[in-house]
Design a binder for this molecule. Structure first.
Ligand code: PNS
Length: 182
């Protein structure tokens, strides 16, 4: 209880300073669903830091620098949004950046279990930092970076799902596979 009171006090102090939120993710690559969420959150906070996970453990299609650059281009019109990268524990990064909020997007119920686990673990590690879930517009409720890559690789149309410069990079990186005659 004492720890929680202390955490709330620290949060109040940081709220007086600036309300900083971190939106973490792989962003491999950024989609219009991510951008929709960024545009919804940016007016609610003083500063929104979009933080690209560096190591990922997975094998990203784009390097960290490429993912950061694509995001920077896509959010250039938003004055209080910054793009950065991080590795290690998310909450440690958020603390270093003075954030009181973590932003995560929820699309469908299927996202909820994983997101809840992460949010509760992050709360245990850093009780002074809250996780805020937001929903992108329903037009993006089916959208994921993984599906966009699959559709591009199979020669499909992803216009309207990613920014044009991201679509161009995807086409460069994933030329459509030609089907083999059997
Ligand atoms: O876009 P993603 O891949 O769903 O994002 C996942 C991300 C980056 C939010 C998550 O993997 C993360 O926070 N990684 C940092 C390491 C960490 O803090 N792990 C403990 C989280 S409970």
């Amino acid at each position: 209880m004492e720890a929680l009171r202390e955490a709330r006090k620290n949060r109040e102090v940081s709220e007086v300073k600036q309300r900083v939120a971190v939106y973490p993710g792989s962003f491999d690559p950024v989609t219009n669903g991510h951008l929709d969420l960024i545009e919804r959150c940016a007016p609610l906070v003083d500063r929104l830091i979009v933080a690209v996970l560096r190591n990922a453990g997975k094998e990203p299609l784009f390097t960290t620098d490429e993912r950061v650059e694509m995001l920077r281009q896509a959010v250039a019109h938003l004055g209080n949004v910054e793009v950065d990268s991080f590795d290690g524990l998310l909450v440690e990064y958020a603390r270093r950046r003075g954030a009181c909020l973590l932003l995560r997007g929820i699309r469908a119920i299927s996202d909820y279990e994983y997101e809840l686990q992460m949010a509760l673990m992050n709360r245990r590690l850093a009780p002074e930092i809250e996780t805020m879930f937001m929903m992108a517009g329903e037009a993006y409720s089916f959208l994921s970076s993984r599906l966009v890559k699959e559709v591009i690789a199979l020669g499909g149309d992803v216009r309207g799902l990613v920014p044009p410069q991201v679509e161009a990079k995807l086409r460069e990186r994933l030329p459509p596979r030609t089907s083999q005659a059997t």
